[in-house]
Write a protein that binds this ligand. Structure first.
Ligand SMILES: [Zn+2]
Ligand SMILES: [Zn+2]
Length: 200
């Protein structure tokens, strides 16, 4: 990856997306103190992979924990706390996702049209809809560290799995890629919140 200019990158849509995605994945909570009511920042633990960060390069911090982090005298102690809580949790999450045979959302593109896939993401919005026959269904958006994608949940699937559809919750979706329109979508067959249920 070409060297990235820090200031250009930090102002880019790409970084803003990634920072927001990290906050969703962290459950919109500080990964150190677990608070949810304060401003949350996505902080770089290292700039080694600037522009191509992995989740363990980043950490979601509330404004107080973030400020504490930047007091250099406390940094060493602080890094140890991160390893015990936030980063370990994030790495466990990524490991589980990998074990569940999933594609990253950024990998879902036109070339995958018609393919059966497993994906994992945090629910960012749920739009209730009606099918042509008048049955309840939903358009659900999910996000991971790479991209946000739309999941179409048709009536039969919606009826079975609607209790798992909550904003901010992690879900696994098994379904088929529909890349006919301008944005690739996933037509859901089954939904789960048990990562292990997809590890085959
Ligand atoms: Zn905090
Ligand atoms: Zn920072």
């Amino acid at each position: 990856m070409a060297r990235v200019d820090y200031h250009t990158y930090i102002e880019s849509d790409e970084w803003k997306f990634k920072a927001k995605a990290m906050r969703w994945i962290a459950g919109n909570r500080c990964q150190v103190c677990n608070s949810s009511g304060k401003r949350l920042d996505t902080h770089h633990r290292t700039y080694d992979n600037l522009g191509n960060e992995t989740p363990s390069d980043l950490i979601v911090l509330c404004e107080d924990c973030h400020e504490m982090y930047h007091e250099t005298s406390k940094q060493v102690k602080f890094e140890r706390t991160l390893d015990l809580f936030g980063v370990e949790r994030m790495e466990k999450y990524l490991e589980e996702i990998k074990n569940a045979n999933t594609f990253m959302l950024g990998e879902i593109d036109k070339a995958m049209h018609g393919k059966q896939v497993n994906v994992v993401g945090v629910v960012t919005s749920i739009q209730p809809r009606r099918s042509q026959a008048g049955n309840p269904m939903a358009f659900v958006r999910i996000v991971d560290i790479q991209a946000e994608r739309e999941v179409i949940v048709f009536p039969r699937t919606y009826d079975t799995y609607r209790s798992l559809l909550t904003e901010g919750h992690l879900i696994l979706v098994r379904g088929k890629v529909d890349a006919q329109g301008s944005h690739p979508k996933i037509l859901a067959d089954t939904i789960s919140n048990e990562l292990s249920s997809y590890a085959t």
